[in-house]
Design a protein around this ligand. Structure first.
Ligand code: SAH
Ligand code: SF4
Length: 348
């Protein structure tokens, strides 16, 4: 598909949009069946060295109470993921590059790998790091890494990030290349509905994912956070329904373009629409990240307001997901890593 064809699909409404979503679901069923993979999400800490203009965890936000989970808390979450049959965990946090953090993550990855003889898959989402750090964590046992480009347009990137050495678009691209060359299943993604974002930007984002030949993508709506600088442009942000619909169309078009990649139904979908996650699955996504972070920390991982499932307990979450997914003709594949088929085929 070229940019113009993609734009036509992204602009579709009513019956045309419905048929796009159906086509994407058909493609997914053909290549990946109706399975959904789970990653138990562990929000490791909210200390962040960066100042992204949209995110509540930015270092400039003095209103956040900062935390970091203890080793035992992380391992408890990982054991719980294993007991619940999730198959994989995802460790996410604000960005830190101090040696203590780097050593700690390496240690935790090794410890998680010891659970039941290495039965859990591990995804990391810990921001931009040096190639050496990425390699150390890979050698410790992590095999997937999520680093959203946030926007593939350099111009838009600098409208949502401060323009300084710590927030370099080029460095983010370099990180994605390092991750790929080390051998990670590399994931990226964007937010939908950012102020100043156009249909051209969104179409280019999809072409970027294809050109980068990534194994995984996470696309989710932008949610304005009152304690961040980008909030002053909230009047430029499309309505919740528009952001939801555009996210679904982005997922659907990408599923048609890249039939075998893993695509996350982001929790942010559920913030803009109570059925958002299931809608994303029905439109072509195949991964869900249920939250395993201990209850007392969840409200401090305040990336954006009104995060869904903040009060859910993990076992409730599991049965809730089983029911919600069965209702739309999908089923969870328990006790499996659920690797990206696109990646695994290439590796062979
Ligand atoms: N620090 C790491 C991981 C945590 S942030 C990183 O930045 O990669 C994880 C994701 O949350 C980001 O990639 C971003 O796309 C998303 N995010 C941040 N603020 C958001 C907001 N206001 N609305 C929606 N998503 C947001
Ligand atoms: Fe930090 Fe990630 Fe939020 Fe940026 S998006 S401020 S790096 S947690």
């Amino acid at each position: 598909m070229d940019r113009e064809e993609i734009k036509v699909l992204l602009a579709s409404e009513g019956p045309a949009m419905k048929s796009l979503l159906q086509r994407a679901q058909d493609v997914k069923f053909k290549y990946l069946d109706n399975y959904v993979h789970l990653r138990g999400l562990i929000e490791y800490g909210n200390v962040c060295e960066k100042n992204c203009l949209y995110c509540g965890l930015r270092s400039g936000n003095g209103k956040v109470e900062r935390y970091c989970l203890s080793d035992e808390e992380v391992l408890e979450c990982a054991r719980l993921a294993h007991e619940l049959g999730y198959g994989s965990v995802a460790l996410q946090s604000g960005e830190r590059s101090d040696p203590e953090f780097i050593d700690k993550i390496e240690y935790l990855v090794r410890e998680i790998k010891k659970i039941d003889g290495g039965s859990l898959g591990i995804t990391l989402s810990l921001g931009e790091q040096s190639e050496e750090t990425y390699r150390r964590w890979f050698q410790a046992g992590a095999h997937r890494y999520l680093l959203r480009i946030e926007s593939s347009s350099e111009e838009l990137y600098y409208k949502i990030h401060p323009k300084n050495a710590k927030h370099s678009f080029q460095h983010r691209l370099d990180c994605l290349e390092s991750l790929k060359s080390i051998g990670y299943q590399t994931g990226t993604g964007v937010m939908v509905g950012l102020p100043f974002q156009t249909l051209d930007h969104l179409a280019d984002d999809l072409l970027f994912f294809q050109k980068m030949d990534v194994a995984m993508v996470g696309i989710g709506p932008y949610i304005p956070h009152p304690d961040t600088p980008l909030y002053r442009f909230k009047d430029l942000v499309p309505s919740a329904k528009e952001r939801m619909d555009m996210t679904l169309k982005m997922i659907a078009v990408l599923r048609i373009m890249m039939p075998e990649i893993n695509m996350v139904a982001a929790t942010a979908n559920q913030t803009v629409d109570p059925q958002g996650r299931e809608k994303a699955i029905a439109a072509g996504a195949n991964v869900i990240m249920p939250n395993l972070t201990p209850g007392e920390y969840r409200e401090s991982y305040f990336i954006y307001p009104d995060k869904a499932c903040v009060k859910d307990m993990p076992d409730q979450c599991k049965s809730c997901l089983d029911i919600r997914l069965a209702a739309i003709g999908h089923k969870i594949l328990y006790n499996a890593w659920g690797d990206s088929v696109a990646f695994t085929k290439k590796a062979r």
